[in-house]
Design a protein around this ligand. Structure first.
Ligand SMILES: [Zn+2]
Length: 229
């Protein structure tokens, strides 16, 4: 009763192994690797864009500060100040000097930042172009290698299709249901009086029932245990 469904399951295991092999091909890893590098550089570009915005904001702040100072100086130049007021202003001159040199310092930092931003932008842009070409190339390589697996997988599919007509349909339905629930392999031979899947020991009542029906689902791992005879 179980010979055919186990044969069917073995083909399925063989197919899963092939699919896993396809998925872990070094060509596939290359595709994933370049896709990641492209994404990393795109994220970096977004960061560079933010940095550029911050630079522009800083520049505008300096511009406003500078305009304020300029107006203040003009006001002083154009007004008739008493000697006392002139002295007072002169005593505060160093404050303006400090403010001006502060603006100058911030501006020179921003010039440096802008140069860095341009360099990084160019680098990122070039990286994206390079990695995109490599990505396309590796994708083509992967498709070619993958193609070589197609006949093997198709052969297994055909064998399984043929077997489906011969296996017990109730067992097949159970198989498909449990496999969908990620229980795999589904059918295991009972090991003495323990589950062939998770090794849990069955009660004598469970074993009696198993012997009567010929197979029984493990309450622990849900695999179907069958008598190996
Ligand atoms: Zn089990």
């Amino acid at each position: 009763m179980f010979e055919k469904i186990v044969q069917y399951q073995n083909l399925d295991i063989k197919k899963s192994k092939l699919l896993r092999e396809i998925d872990s091909l070094k060509e596939k890893q290359e595709v994933d690797n370049y896709a990641k590098l492209i994404k990393d550089n795109q994220n970096k570009l977004a960061q560079i864009d933010n940095d550029a915005k911050t630079c522009i904001e800083q520049y505008h702040k300096c511009e406003i500060e500078f305009e304020k100072l300029k107006k203040e100086i003009e006001k002083i130049k154009n007004s008739d100040l008493s000697l006392e007021q002139k002295n007072k202003w002169a005593s505060q001159e160093h404050i303006m000097d400090k403010q001006l040199s502060n603006i100058e310092r911030i501006l020179s930092t921003q010039v440096e930042n802008v140069n860095n931003i341009i360099k990084q932008f160019e680098l990122c842009k070039n990286n994206i172009v390079t990695f995109k070409n490599k990505y396309l190339q590796s994708k083509e390589n992967y498709a070619n290698v993958k193609q070589s697996y197609v006949p093997k997988v198709e052969e297994i599919n055909k064998e399984m299709e043929n077997l489906e007509k011969e296996v017990n349909q109730i067992l097949l339905a159970k198989y498909k249901q449990l496999k969908q629930d990620k229980i795999f392999p589904v059918f295991v031979a009972v090991n003495n009086s323990s589950c062939g899947g998770c090794s849990m020991e069955f009660s004598s009542a469970h074993m009696t029932k198993l012997k009567q029906v010929g197979y029984l689902e493990c309450e622990h791992c849900r695999r179907i245990n069958y008598l190996n005879n």
